[in-house]
Structure formats: C-alpha cells, structure tokens
Design a protein around this ligand. Structure first.
Ligand SMILES: [Zn+2]
Ligand SMILES: [Zn+2]
Length: 378
C-alpha cells in the first residue's frame, strides 16, 4: 500500500517530487506550454491531464498553435476545446488548467505564449495563408498583421512570454534575438516572460535576456507527444511558482511578480531571493560543540528535506575535515555530518558559507549563502 501511494505502477514513475514551500508562499509545480491534437500535438487533452497528475503537477497550461491545425478533417477548429476537455478531466483532482495559445509566426518576434486568457479563438491570424496540416505564411506580411494577436492578448489581459528564443531561427536575418519587435512588446507592457528552459534544455541566451529585461523565467516542456520517454532518466522539467494563494489568480499574480524557479535535471535557476529561500527551506543546518576523545570539534548536520540534490562547496574559518575544497553532495532527503576542527575554544558564534553549484542565480553565478550558528556556549 505504501509503495502504491508513491509509485504509479501504470506509468512506473515517482508520482510526486518533494519540494518545500518558502516563507510566505506555497510552492506549486507548473508547466505552461504543451500541445494536443487540437494543433500539432499527438495526444488527446485528457492525456495531458493524466500525465500531469502522474507527475504531481499543480498547474498546467494548454497552448495550441493558434495558426496551425494538425487534423482539420477529423477535428473541428476550436482552440478553446482542448482547454475545456482538459479542465473537465482535471476537475476536483487538485490540478489547475490554464487557458492559453501559442502565437507562432516564423518572422520576428517568433513564438510566444499568451496564457490566462478568455478566448483562444479570437486571435487574428491574418499573416497566415494556409493552416491545414502545414504552416504557410502569406508572401508579404505586414508588421500590423503580426502585431495583431499580441494586441488581442493584451486586450484579454493575458500574460505573454517569449518561447524558446533562437529555436529554428527561420529567417536567419536577425543577429540579435531580442528584436525591435520585442522592444515594442516590452514598451507596450505586453511581454512579461521568457522560456529559459524548453523541453528540458537550458538556454543561456534566454537566461541573459530574462536578467537584462527583467522578465519572468519559465521552464516548460512544450511537449507534443507522450513526455515519459524524454524524461525517463530524470524528472519532468517544471516551473516552480511561489504563490500567496493556490488558485489560477494566485499563479498569475506570482508570475507577474516574477516569483518563479526553474527545476530541470539537477539544476535550479532562479533569482537570488527565490533561490536562497528555496535552498534554505530545503536544507536545514544544525551545529553541536563536541568533545571527540578529548578533541574539541564542531559537528554540523546538514539535512536535505527535499528531493532536489544539492552540490555544495563549504567554507568555514575552521578546517573542514575529509572534504577536499569543502565539496559535498547532499542527495535527496539525505543527511550528512560535517566536522569543523582545530576548535581550541568553542566560539559563541560561527558561520558556514555555502556555494550551491547546481543553483544558478545568474547565467554566470551559483547561489551563495551563509548558515549562521549562534549561542554555541549555551
Ligand atoms: Zn513554439
Ligand atoms: Zn509549442
């Protein structure tokens, strides 16, 4: 019974990865980009719900290409329908489904998702010539035609993010990925986020873009098929969203406030504040002043209460026993003891500085934080 509750045998994967809440916020697992047969995906919307429940997700967005139909002879064009089917299947199961679309021109500004919207069918696609099982744009496309769906997203109050920057750089003319079109979207208050991780792949250009233009960071699967084979050896990539309230409104508020962290493979990408809060919520440190056969030492216990592994480099004013360069990996739910030695007199207070090698706070910097231990002589 115990095993059954944590392993879904029909899929054979761990159902729920333990990730702690952070002070003031609940941590939700999200994936805000995926496709079904209603555009160019190859699964029915209920399958996306089944997958998300298996993977312990809290919130997903269905984002069909609003300018492509994969099965026009079999499926009537309706970009709200996949959301409606998925939302009905997810009802009362603890999974939120968000309505979205992918605006997918092959010219700048390229692909973007608009989520938290009202009607996915009212997005104008005047730049398209043919959307039936092929993606053919008109010979000459005006800027207004490409801008139109973004203005519709704004009219509907949607949150817009730049998908997979640099993926299939169709026209190969832009030498920068943040074009004047993106600048206009930013100036108009339309562009809010960028996909730093797509399909489990980290995009350093997108990460730099998020920093430079102060955009919300997202980690999405953009899955078109069954996602199990792709992530069989790791876990489903996810956007962690730190919400005040567990609701679609709460998710939208957190996303606009940029309170996200990206979890893929063994990496976390987040801004300093969220990265530090998440690490400190996951790893607890306690200290004891001990007499080890006459040798006074300080024994630090590091307890990882999460399923995220952490690769640490520790620094102390004392010598760290046994760990070259203070390096230590704290596996999921693992507890380890670190001995600080040559402690001739127990101090009242000491610190252990930590660099967390698999938590990125910028494209060039790992998370640095400090554990402070006080009142050691009491
Ligand atoms: Zn795309
Ligand atoms: Zn997509």
């Amino acid at each position: 019974m115990m095993l059954m509750s944590i392993i879904d045998n029909t899929f054979g994967r761990q159902a729920d990865i333990v990730i702690p809440d952070i002070p003031g916020y609940q941590t939700l697992k999200g994936d805000f980009h995926m496709h079904t047969v209603f555009s160019d995906g190859h699964v029915w919307p209920t399958f996306r719900v089944k997958e998300a429940l298996r993977d312990g997700m809290d919130v997903i967005a269905i984002t069909e290409h609003m300018d492509y139909e994969g099965f026009p002879d079999e499926i009537e064009k309706d970009y709200n329908k996949s959301y409606e089917i998925a939302a009905a299947a997810a009802k009362d199961k603890g999974l939120m489904v968000i309505k979205g679309v992918e605006i997918s021109p092959r010219v700048p500004p390229y692909h973007h998702n608009a989520i938290f919207l009202e009607d996915a069918n009212s997005f104008p696609i005047d730049y398209m010539e043919n959307t039936h099982q092929q993606f053919i744009m008109k010979d000459s496309v005006t800027r207004d035609q490409v801008m139109a769906p973004f203005l519709e997203a704004q009219r509907q109050g949607a949150f817009v993010s730049y998908n997979h920057p640099s993926y299939k750089w169709w026209d190969k003319k832009d030498t920068v990925l943040f074009t004047d079109f993106h600048q206009e979207l930013l100036d108009k208050g339309i562009l809010g986020g960028v996909e730093v991780v797509n399909s489990g792949r980290y995009n350093i250009i997108a990460h730099r873009m998020a920093m430079k233009y102060d955009l919300t960071m997202l980690c999405n699967t953009d899955e078109h098929y069954d996602m199990y084979p792709r992530y069989a050896d790791t876990h489903r990539p996810m956007t962690l969203v730190f919400v005040e309230e567990r609701s679609p409104e709460g998710v939208e508020e957190a996303m606009r406030a940029k309170r996200t962290a990206l979890y893929f493979d063994d990496y976390i990408v987040a801004r300093q504040k969220e990265a530090e809060a998440l690490f400190k919520a996951a790893v607890k440190a306690t200290i004891n002043s001990i007499d080890r056969n006459g040798e006074p030492i300080l024994s630090v216990t590091l307890q990882n209460t999460s399923d995220i592994p952490f690769h640490l480099q520790l620094k102390s004013r004392y010598d760290i026993e046994l760990l070259p360069l203070g390096q230590l990996t704290l596996g999921p739910q693992e507890q380890k003891e670190v001995v600080l030695k040559a402690v001739w007199k127990t101090p009242d207070e000491t610190q252990l500085a930590v660099t967390v090698g698999n938590v990125l706070v910028t494209p060039d910097e790992a998370l640095e934080t400090v554990f402070t231990f006080k009142d050691l002589n009491q």
